[in-house]
Write a protein that binds this ligand. Structure first.
Ligand code: CUA
Length: 352
């Protein structure tokens, strides 16, 4: 099957089920629930959410109970209706004018609640929002595009797309991550619920978000601000891995593209097409920046910003006509013959 239709159901299933249930295919664990935080920053948000929820639930219970009691206890009774219709008067309830203690209670208690909510929110905002990256953090520039994410690691000279690799933070390597968020077109929002809060990605206005990647694993996120047709397929895959695995990944990403002689025809065809004006393959004349960098395309698990698994069949479908997997996306069908599609895909498959 070309389309990974199970993907969206997976998200729902996993948010409801336990955090570790392997409902999806191996390698695509899609727990996107903010209620299973994996960083101190996400935990702080969840704690605040539960506190606010608790207070709101308490208010709801008190108000609903009072309403139900009043409705049941003071409803118009049958004999009252009968008395009224026969010209008699129902019983008038006791009339109360002013009640000092009650009025004081319903003024002071909400005041205290609002003040508590204000203080805890201010504390969380102070903890989480920064104008400067935390000292010693790993800087990554994130660029939101319609409809994919570009990740740049200025320290390593690495550019990749849709999959963010991060070294796990340990006691002897306490390195938070600082994301410099930018947009190439419209407003997007970067949200990986288990790692950090939502941060808007605004054109001409860099935003900063940061977190401590303290638990190894795969985390999924999603653009959280409507940004056009394919907003829903603007996913983020974050891999938090051991320092060694991360360094190995960096070495791979820094290497120029593999030049495999057996796919020379495919490479020449690719380089002769308009592909090169949107995509980069380091070490070739393909140096476009409008679309994702393809230098190490095959190191990524999915294509089209999460829309499908990165398999030869899906790549073929994508190259033949990207509008099949991702209708409305900005890559046009190149109108290649079947043979040309095969040649280009054979070449792409060598880009490890
Ligand atoms: Cu990007 Cu929604």
């Amino acid at each position: 099957m070309l389309l990974d239709a199970g993907l969206s159901t997976c998200v729902v299933l996993l948010s409801a089920a336990s955090a570790s249930a392997p409902v999806c295919a191996p390698g695509t664990r899609l727990d996107t629930s903010m209620f299973s935080p994996a960083t101190a920053q996400a935990s702080s948000i969840v704690e605040l959410a539960w506190l606010v929820f608790g207070i709101a639930a308490g208010i709801f219970l008190v108000v609903e109970t009072l309403i139900i009691v009043a409705v049941v206890r003071y409803r118009r009774r049958r004999q009252e209706t009968a008395a009224r219709s026969s010209g008699g008067m129902g019983q008038e309830p006791a009339q109360v004018y002013g009640a000092g203690p009650i009025e004081l209670a319903w003024t002071v208690v909400p005041l205290i609640l609002v003040f508590v909510l204000f203080l805890v929110s201010a504390r969380s905002i102070h903890e989480l929002q920064r104008t400067e990256p935390p000292p010693g953090s790993l800087p990554v520039t994130v660029v939101g595009h319609q409809w994919w994410w570009e990740f740049r690691y200025p320290e390593y000279g690495v550019v990749t797309a849709n999959e963010l690799h991060l070294p796990v933070m340990t006691a002897d390597a306490p390195r938070p991550v600082a994301l410099d968020l930018r947009s190439a077109d419209v407003v997007h929002s970067f949200w990986v619920p288990r790692l950090a809060g939502k941060t808007d990605v605004v054109p001409n206005h860099p935003n900063l978000t940061w977190f401590d990647p303290s638990t190894e694993g795969e985390y999924w996120g999603q653009c959280a601000e409507y940004c056009g047709t394919q907003h829903a397929n603007m996913r983020i895959r974050v891999v938090v891995e051991s320092r060694e695995a991360f360094e190995e990944w960096v070495r791979l990403q820094q290497a120029p593209a593999v030049e495999d002689e057996s796919v020379r025809r495919g490479r020449e065809l690719f380089l002769s097409l308009a592909c090169v004006s949107c995509h980069t393959v380091a070490g070739t004349e393909a140096n476009g920046t409008f679309g994702p960098d393809l230098t190490h395309l095959m190191s990524r698990a999915r294509i089209g910003a999460g829309v499908a698994a990165n398999t030869p069949e899906n790549l073929k479908s994508w190259v033949r006509d990207p509008q099949v997997l991702k209708p409305g996306c900005n890559m046009p069908a190149m109108k290649l013959s079947d043979e040309e599609v095969d040649l280009v895909v054979e070449y792409l498959l060598t880009l490890q």
